[in-house]
Design a binder for this molecule. Structure first.
Ligand SMILES: NC(=O)c1ccc[n+]([C@@H]2O[C@H](COP(=O)([O-])OP(=O)(O)OC[C@H]3O[C@@H](n4cnc5c(N)ncnc54)[C@H](O)[C@@H]3O)[C@@H](O)[C@H]2O)c1
Ligand SMILES: *[C@@H]1O[C@H](CO)[C@@H](O)[C@H](O)[C@H]1NC(C)=O
Length: 439
């Protein structure tokens, strides 16, 4: 209807109507019938009216699309660049005979970059997809992108909610696997922008699963859930069978929703889906919103760091897991994934549905994290201890990884000291080099 309005208002002064000038004129009827100019305008009006009816379905749906884009979060504006189809096809070509073809969503992110690199290094075909949203410094995402580009991995700039883009992508590349790492990560940011979690972790996940279900052949999917689904669960260590119905944050709730949505798509469409519950992943090219990262930044600047404590000064602890160990777990999950059974959007038989913890099995108190950083940076931190605000963070995490060890051969080998050493080395060279190039 919005389309009709400008036309009507444009013709308004000329259309004879029951109100206004024409009615008051005794010649109105006469003029309407015989005035050549008015006859011309009437035909023109009829023409536009018919035109409107012929065009109305697409016009209406366009308007609908525009509205839904406005309603989605800040990041839906991402668009692929010129020649993206050609670049995607080239990037998707495996280098080794046994190589698979993997779509990595969130490829400009921390874990995505490492996984994409590892896949490429062993000869797989890899295409990345990322919307480069500004949740944290986009410069870091761009730098990761160039890193991958130098190795021949192309990242499409686009949103997982863009169904048309995904449809086209699955049409031109036959992905055997999808490594789905795109998400709104972080726990605290939900208090500022709750919608971004729904946009990427719920709507976006469904949009991606729709594309996978429609693809021919259907790919096998491995995706990142989170240790946060254990929420207020106090039984340690966290095992896959433990309850996950008490999320302590919106982030956790969207990851839990993802696990249930995965169940549905597996059940109805025969998609093979594996969920990985990551436990505090850290390392080079890491995420600036995570404590180990901004503690390093603040210690170097001589800024005070806030260390949160539970009730009665209970220490907060995390099962920190080094990125290389997580990457091995991701690749093992891809390699052991069975094929999806559906085709053309229809299920042919039961398909695989798995969930694994990927942790390190050794929780480290945050105080210990800080003392390792102090040693590596050779700077004493200015510490301030504060009671933990109720913003979604949990007191501790601790993974039971015996299932992943048994079925994926997953065996983390890097302890926090060794991992942080590698992180700090990277941090100093990355920001050091940036400072130099800025001069
Ligand atoms: N790093 C951890 O400790 C940890 C722990 C548990 C779970 N996870 C999960 O692992 C995955 C990877 O995390 P990360 O640490 O690499 O985070 P990250 O923020 O560095 O990477 C996520 C990437 O996804 C992209 N993205 C977000 N929404 C998108 C959308 N709608 N369309 C396209 N791209 C989008 C972002 O731009 C970003 O580059 C996420 O699903 C995260 O929730 C991470
Ligand atoms: C760890 O998980 C396995 C199942 O994968 C279970 O058999 C075992 O009892 C758990 N261990 C602990 C200490 O909870």
């Amino acid at each position: 209807m919005t389309q009709l309005k400008p036309i009507l208002s444009h013709l308004d002064p000329i259309i004879p109507s029951s109100t206004g000038k024409f009615k008051s004129s005794p010649y109105a009827v006469h003029r309407l019938r015989f005035h050549p100019r008015l006859t011309f305008w009437s035909f023109l009006f009829l023409f536009f009216l018919l035109l409107f009816f012929f065009c109305s379905p697409p016009a209406a749906s366009n308007a609908g699309k525009r509205r839904s884009l406005q309603n989605t979060a800040y990041s839906a504006r991402a668009r692929p660049g010129p020649n993206w189809e050609v670049k995607a096809r080239n990037s998707a070509r495996p280098q080794s005979k046994s190589g698979v073809t993997v779509l990595v969503t969130g490829a400009a992110g921390f874990v995505g970059t490492h996984v994409a690199m590892a896949l490429k290094n062993r000869g797989d075909g890899v295409v990345g997809l990322d919307n480069f949203n500004n949740y944290y410094e986009t410069g870091l995402k761009k730098a990761r992108k160039s890193l991958l580009e130098r190795r021949g991995v192309y990242i499409i700039e686009g949103d997982i909610n863009d169904a048309a883009l995904l449809g086209k992508l699955f049409e031109i590349v036959h992905f055997t696997h999808v490594m789905h790492l795109a998400a709104q990560a972080g726990v605290r940011y939900a208090m500022q922008n709750p919608n971004s979690y729904i946009h990427s972790n719920v709507n976006g996940f469904v949009s991606l699963l729709e594309a996978c279900k429609n693809a021919n052949p259907q790919p096998s999917i491995v995706w990142a859930s989170s240790s946060s689904v254990y929420g207020l669960n106090s039984k340690v260590p966290f095992s896959e069978k433990d309850r996950t119905d008490q999320p302590a944050s919106l982030y956790a709730a969207t990851k839990k929703a993802g696990e249930e949505i995965a169940h549905t798509y597996n059940h109805i469409y025969g998609l093979s889906i594996t969920g990985l519950r990551f436990f505090t992943v850290y390392g080079p090219w890491g995420r600036p919103d995570m404590a180990y990262y901004f503690f390093t930044k603040d210690i170097l600047r001589g800024k005070e760091i806030k260390i949160f404590e539970g009730a009665d000064h209970a220490t907060v602890a995390r099962d920190f897991t080094y990125i290389d160990d997580v990457v091995k777990g991701c690749l093992a999950a891809l390699d052991t994934a069975k094929k999806s059974t559906g085709s053309g959007g229809k299920k042919k038989g039961a398909a695989q549905l798995r969930i694994y913890n990927l942790g390190n099995t050794s929780p480290v108190p945050v105080g210990k994290l800080v003392s390792i950083l102090e040693k590596l940076l050779k700077i004493k931190a200015k510490k301030k201890f504060l009671p933990m605000p109720r913003n979604g963070d949990v007191l501790f995490t601790h993974a039971n990884i015996s299932l992943a060890r048994k079925e994926l051969g997953y065996k983390p080998t890097t302890d926090l000291e060794m991992g942080l050493k590698k992180f700090v080395k990277w941090y100093l060279s990355y920001y050091g080099a940036k400072k130099k190039s800025a001069w």
